[in-house]
Every structure is written in structure tokens, then in C-alpha cells.
Design a protein around this ligand. Structure first.
Ligand SMILES: [Zn+2]
Length: 220
């Protein structure tokens, strides 16, 4: 395992990244984009524990458990500048319009240091799949071709698979990577307020099954 600082938050806190495996397709797992969605952080932290014990063969995994570290520590959706990091990415549909403070897109696209660190990492690492761990209603939102991964997770969880989340999300990661950069992106919405025990028992093995689809079907 290799760990490093991906970048720094608005509050200058380090955003940690962990890498596992040395061969096979690269996958990015990201938790805590929305700091008040602790379910995704629990899943990401649990995966950090699992991969620290044993890695999956034929897969290079990068795990960022607490991307919006300022928001996670303050239990708030946005970063410490009040920007929704999942509305601030430099997509073609990014808009400065503030629908509500909850979805604040920032003063300009990619204005936030967290997203600058992520977009920089993406250009140099070119992952083949991204799984972004959120919480809301049970849902697997696919952007780009990640249906087989989603199906493996759905078999384990019973979660529905949808190519759209049901409302506009300008500047979001699914659009930025999944639709505009050819990196299939699965936004994994864990049921809100699910206990850590159940997240570990159900969603961690589900994610591992999804990853195994990548490890067994993609050429290295
Ligand atoms: Zn979210």
C-alpha cells in the first residue's frame, strides 16, 4: 500500500489517497464528496481496512476515503467555502446559477482546491472506472459503460440501476468523467442512515464484487 496527499482542502487539510495493487486496470474509489453523507465515508474507510489486509489481484485501486475533508469533519455537504464539490467540476453544463445554497456551484468551474487536486490526478492517472460513494435513497447511477459492475453490486444489494439520478446535476463527477471523459462512473447512493454494521456487512462486499468484474473482464 502506498499513501500520499492528493491535495489540500480550503482549510489546508490534507486529502489522503491510498493505492493498492501494481497491475491491471486502475479504479478510483472516492468517499465523502458530500461531507454530511457519512455512509459513503464508512464504506470507504472499511474498504481501506480490507485492502490493507489483502488486495484484489489484477486491479490497481486508488482510494480517497474523505475527499471533502472539511465537509466531513464539519458534517456538512459543502466544503468550507460553502461550495458543493459535486456541482463545481468543469463540465460543459456547469452553470454559475445558484439553485439553492445546498447546490452552490462556486464562483467559477473548478474553483475549489479539492476539485483542482482531483481533476489534476485524473489527467495523469486515467482510471478505467470510478465509484463515488454517497448516501440518499438506494440507487446505482451509471454514467458511461459500467453496467456490468452495477449489475454485480445490484445482485448483492437489490439496489435499482438508473442512468439518471432524476434531476439536473450540472458540474457533477458523473458528467465530468462518465459522460465527457470516457471514464465510466458509478455514483453509488447508499440508503441514508444505514448503520455502519450494515454498510460493512452489505455494501463493502457488494463493492468488492463489482471490482472483481473489472479485474476479471478488463485487459491489463
Ligand atoms: Zn451526495
Amino acid at each position: 500500500m502506498k499513501s500520499y496527499i492528493l491535495g489540500h482542502s480550503r482549510l489546508k487539510l490534507p486529502i489522503m489517497a491510498y493505492e493498492f495493487g501494481s497491475a491491471g486496470p486502475r479504479v478510483l474509489l472516492i468517499g465523502g464528496v458530500h461531507g454530511d453523507e457519512s455512509e459513503g465515508v464508512v464504506a470507504a474507510q472499511a474498504l481501506l481496512g480490507v485492502f490493507s489486509q489483502s488486495t484484489l489481484p489484477n486491479l490497481q485501486i486508488t482510494l480517497i476515503p474523505m475527499f471533502n475533508i472539511d465537509g466531513v469533519l464539519a458534517c456538512r455537504r459543502t466544503n468550507s467555502a460553502g461550495v458543493d464539490l459535486n456541482r463545481n467540476l468543469p463540465t460543459k453544463d456547469w452553470s454559475p446559477e445558484i439553485a439553492t445554497e445546498r447546490y452552490h456551484p462556486g464562483p467559477y468551474a473548478n474553483s475549489e482546491p479539492e476539485n483542482q487536486a482531483l481533476t489534476g490526478w485524473l489527467t495523469t492517472h486515467a482510471p478505467r472506472l470510478i465509484i463515488s460513494l454517497h448516501s440518499w435513497k438506494p440507487l446505482l447511477n451509471t454514467n458511461g459503460d459500467c453496467l456490468r459492475v452495477a449489475e454485480a453490486i445490484a445482485r448483492h444489494t437489490g439496489y435499482p440501476i438508473q442512468p439518471s439520478i432524476g434531476y439536473p446535476t450540472p458540474g457533477c463527477l458523473g458528467t465530468y468523467t462518465g459522460l465527457e471523459r470516457g471514464i465510466p462512473t458509478l455514483t453509488y447512493e447508499i440508503e441514508r442512515q444505514l448503520s455502519p454494521d450494515k454498510i460493512v456487512a452489505t455494501h463493502v462486499p457488494a463493492i468488492i464484487e463489482g471490482l472483481q468484474v473489472m479485474a476479471t473482464t478488463s485487459p491489463a
